[in-house]
Design a protein. Structure first.
Length: 212
């Protein structure tokens, strides 16, 4: 029996193909796909310039070391609507989280990155948390192909962005980004293409009763 409502969150290593897979999967399922669109929506909701959200997008705040040492985690409370902290990394994350929760409540959709798996952990039972990863050779090849850069630049981008995402996830969730216990379906994309990844996810959705 088909369930009425579900949300897919996708965390992905840079170059793994996770984003493109999510975008194509959304088209096949006939549901919305949200990535950078969340930044614009959050800007409109909060009346804070979109550039603030873009600068902070999937990057840790400025007290990462303090959080690691103290084990402190941010609260997913309502964002401050005024005052000196309105554009702080923590408050921007709360605004963004509020938009993600609203989307998840209102429609079936796919949400990429931005700690969606953590933000929705207590809100919906029917959240499918996916992590897409791949070996270095595969990722470098895909980055070269998509970004049109040479191999050294592809490697630099891969290492920099993975580091940013790891720190971002740790900062805002207190969890390790690549801890597979945080996901329902980890996918090693090293030896399968985009179409095969899509089929794998659809097969999983069928097993869970979300699609026919």
């Amino acid at each position: 029996m088909k369930k009425k409502h579900f949300v897919i969150t996708i965390e992905r290593q840079y170059g793994s193909g996770g984003r493109l897979t999510g975008e194509r999967l959304a088209e096949e399922l006939g549901i919305h796909f949200y990535d950078e669109e969340i930044l614009k929506m959050t800007s409109e909701t909060s009346a804070i310039g979109e550039q603030y959200f873009r600068l902070a997008d999937e990057k840790a705040g400025n007290n990462l070391l303090y959080r690691i040492v103290t084990g402190m985690k941010p609260e997913l409370k309502s964002p401050e609507k005024d005052g000196p902290n309105i554009t702080s990394p923590d408050n921007l994350f709360r605004f963004q989280s509020s938009v993600i929760r609203s989307l998840a409540e209102s429609e079936d959709c796919i949400i990429v990155g931005r700690c969606g798996n953590y933000v929705l952990q207590d809100q919906l039972e029917d959240v499918i948390r996916i992590f897409v990863y791949a070996d270095t050779v595969t990722r470098v090849r895909r980055i070269m192909d998509v970004d049109k850069v040479d191999e050294p630049e592809a490697l630099r981008r891969m290492r920099r962005i993975d580091k940013e995402r790891t720190e971002y996830h740790r900062y805002f969730t207190g969890r390790e980004w690549m801890d597979m216990e945080n996901y329902d379906l980890p996918i090693n994309a090293s030896r399968i293409d985009y179409d095969q990844m899509i089929q794998l996810i659809k097969d999983y959705l069928k097993l869970r009763g979300y699609i026919e």
